[in-house]
Design a protein around this ligand. Structure first.
Ligand SMILES: O=P(O)(O)OC[C@H]1O[C@H](OP(=O)(O)OP(=O)(O)O)[C@H](O)[C@@H]1O
Length: 136
């Protein structure tokens, strides 16, 4: 998945839950760290600083609060999001905003299946995928 991009990431970011599985495998293959983008990331039980963002409506018309500990992504990091599927792009856009909150460099969203409903996001995010939904 990381080979879909020219730049090599220093961190892979994966949204719970399927993105965590694919993302962790991708991070292991590249030999870099993995950060899980937690769902329903409400108030923390620890004293660490978190970054949090709420998605726009996703493919199920949900608004999901995602987040992670801020210290996990540093300004020098190049961050690649990895997921199994992209539909509205709401999750990926939130991932990009969280990476920007950490002042890190966003590479894009690598997915197994590209099912984007708004093709403009393919260029804007950018999105690279192993398969287009029409190939399934
Ligand atoms: O482009 P979007 O409209 O944001 O949708 C894509 C997201 O939806 C799916 O996850 P889901 O929320 O179903 O969670 P899961 O991985 O726990 O099943 C998928 O794994 C992506 O993370």
């Amino acid at each position: 998945m990381a080979g879909l991009y020219d730049e090599v990431p220093t961190v892979v970011l994966g949204p719970v839950s399927r993105g965590s599985l694919v993302g962790a495998l991708t991070a292991a293959a590249v030999g870099v760290g993995f950060v899980e983008m937690r769902k329903h990331a409400g108030s923390s039980v620890d004293s660490d600083r978190w970054v949090r963002r709420t998605t726009g409506p996703d493919y199920q018309d949900r608004h999901v609060v995602f987040g992670f500990r801020r210290q996990l992504i540093r300004p020098a990091d190049r961050v690649l999001m990895v997921d199994d599927w992209i539909d509205t792009g709401a999750t990926a856009r939130t991932a990009r905003a969280l990476v920007e909150d950490c002042d890190a460099h966003w590479l894009g969203a690598a997915c197994i299946v590209d099912g984007l409903t708004d093709p403009r996001l393919r260029h804007d995010l950018p999105v690279r995928a192993l398969l287009d939904i029409r190939q399934l």
